[in-house]
Unconditional design. Sequence first.
Length: 379
Amino acid sequence: MAKPEPFYIDVDLKKNTQYEVPSVTQMDTATFFIVRITDDGRMVPGLLDYFSTITMTSERPDRKSFYILGKPVEGKENEILFHLGTDETTLTGNVQASIQFYSPPDADNPEGRITSSLFRYTVKKDLSGEYVPSEREGSLIETVLIRGPEIMAAAEKATADAIKAMNDLTGAVSGALENLQADKAAALKEMADATLKANTAADNADDERQQLTTDVTSKIAEVEAVRLSTVDVKDATQDVQDATELVRENTEAERLATAEVRENTELVRQETDAIRQSTVKVRDESNAAGEFAQEQGKYAKLQGDLQAEQMTDVAGVLEYVQDDFLPGIAESVAETGLFVRQAMSDQNTGNQLALWTGTLAEYNALDTKNPAVVYMVRK
């Protein structure tokens, strides 16, 4: 018999790996998984020595989980062998599996588990057409078959009692005929002898016929008992198959409901991501607006400083007019009695200047400012 080929699963401790989903046969007792372990894509010698225990957990479509211990493969550096039983492959469909690595527990890690790696495999239906119970379900059929031997024993006892009663009746009849023939022997010796021979032959034939009938009846009873026992077993087997099919249908419904929840969760995640991106955009635009406002503030401050500098120049001119120019005119009038109107000029350019006086509100209300006019703001 050919040795079954194992299924290989590659597991890396630091990065994700791709694998082809294995497909195993339902209730197959020769299903082997070999897990090849690498560290960042490298085969590290002695890597398995770091782990005290490596297990494989399988979750069937009905949500029941089973785990087995892994064994190192002889002659291989970093390979672990897992031998699946019939419990993991009782139901068809996808099976979620996990390889878990454990080290000796300590204060920092009481459970001892270091890491785990998820994968899945598919259990396909056994096409042989015969229902093969699992190791746990086999006890149900064995219980049903217990009544089979009891029925067979009762049938055999009833057949033996019937044969005994028929033999007793046949002996009594034969004795009566022999007595009757003896009484007639003296008178009808020759006829009696002939009759005796005929009756004896008839009795023998009848005994053989009765025995044959009894044997046939017994065999029919035995066959009927076996048939009834077989019907009971078939009925029990059909009940188990119907219950298994119901579990499979319920499991499929739960799987579809779980898939719908996953899809809805993915939609919520996508919407959340869109909101996050929109929030980042609004934050960036707010930062840009803040920077623009800062630039406008700097520009306004610069304009204010320039205007203050211009007002300082105007104040200097006004101070000259009030302190020097106007007092000089007043002194000239006092000495000469004459008012001499002199033009005021810019000592830097030599251009004549006009004088404007008014309040600060009037000054701010002017649409334009003439550079050839000296503006004097009264308090």
